[in-house]
Design a protein around this ligand. Structure first.
Ligand SMILES: Cc1cc2nc3c(=O)[nH]c(=O)nc-3n(C[C@H](O)[C@H](O)[C@H](O)COP(=O)(O)O)c2cc1C
Ligand code: SF4
Ligand code: SF4
Length: 280
């Protein structure tokens, strides 16, 4: 069987999960193409694949705008199976609402959403998790992917139920889609910038160009945070969101956090998530 792992990813969480899952898929003797979506780059020929795995991070309880833009370009089909791979920083049920619009878009085009693979990964905005928390999340991903690849092969899986309250909250917060390009125009580099160009190279929206050794931010930002996260000098200022800036990669190989080290924010939800997946 042949599968394509298409993903939108800012700070690499969704990419990492999709790559690990593609590795587990190959270990089952199948072929996999793993493709990160960048700007308006053309989609591969989806008719070539037995399975389509579509990854995206949850943004404000929604799929980010480029994920919806990519789905809009999916050709019509007759029952091809799709799996979502969703990553988010909080293990909150509200994040399930992020599948509603993408699922509707798939249905309209004749695809069957066969499963929703949801993984909690370290936060890339608002605050940092500890490396120990991040390592514990990553360990869970690695422990799940073999079974998840098996489910993709079998065409089995489940979808979360999304009730009216979750749908409503998600609908209201979709304001992020028109707001982010506006907020992103106020991004700029502080004096510590060394002109390395990493932000421009990493921006999945192609929204940053280097001019006289400094980054210039355009109007296509979708708030993925890749630029602020990866800047070696922590020099990217993210406008009105600057107090929520998170900079620097997590050490996923750190000793995993103990229960006592779980952050206070959403603590119960993390404990529940860790217990659920560490037991199975
Ligand atoms: C603009 C923005 C909004 C976010 N909104 C949510 C959210 O609603 N719920 C959540 O649990 N995490 C949220 N996150 C955290 C990301 O979903 C999480 O860190 C994800 O794994 C990032 O994936 P990536 O590295 O592939 O971009 C948000 C992150 C950003 C940048
Ligand atoms: S990544 Fe940071 S240091 Fe490098 S060009 Fe961008 S803002 Fe400047
Ligand atoms: S400008 Fe920064 S936050 Fe906006 S899309 Fe590009 S990398 Fe992501």
């Amino acid at each position: 069987m042949r599968a394509v792992f298409l993903y939108v990813s800012g700070t690499g969480n969704t990419r990492r999960v999709c790559e690990a899952l593609a590795g587990a898929w190959r270990a089952r003797g199948h072929a996999a193409d793993c493709i990160g979506l960048r700007g308006n780059a053309p989609l591969p020929d989806l008719t070539l694949y037995d399975r389509i795995v579509f990854g995206f991070p949850v943004h404000a309880f929604n799929a980010p705008a480029p994920a919806l833009e990519a789905l809009r370009r999916f050709p019509k089909t007759d029952g091809q199976k799709v799996y979502f791979v969703r990553t988010s920083g909080e293990p909150l049920a509200l994040n399930d609402a992020a599948i509603v619009t993408p699922r509707r878009m798939l249905r309209k085009r004749g695809y069957i959403l066969a499963g929703d693979l949801y993984y909690v990964m370290p936060y890339n905005i608002i605050f940092r998790h500890t490396d120990g928390m991040a390592a514990r999340m990553w360990k869970i991903v690695l422990s799940r992917i073999a079974e998840d690849a098996k489910a993709i092969e079998a065409g089995t899986g489940g979808l979360p139920r999304v009730g009216p309250i979750k749908r409503f909250v998600s609908f209201v917060l979709r304001i992020e889609h028109p707001a982010m390009p506006w907020i992103g125009r106020r991004f700029h580099a502080a004096e510590d910038c060394i002109g390395c160009g990493a932000c421009a190279a990493l921006c999945p929206a192609g929204n940053i160009r280097m001019e006289n050794g400094s980054p210039r931010f355009g109007k296509n930002c979708f708030g993925c945070m890749a630029c602020a996260f990866a800047c070696p000098k922590d020099a990217v200022r993210i406008g009105i969101l600057d107090g929520w800036r998170v900079n620097g990669a997590y050490d996923l190989a750190a000793p995993p956090a103990s229960d006592g080290d779980i952050c206070r924010y959403c603590r119960r939800a993390y404990v529940k998530y860790f217990r659920r997946w560490e037991k199975s």
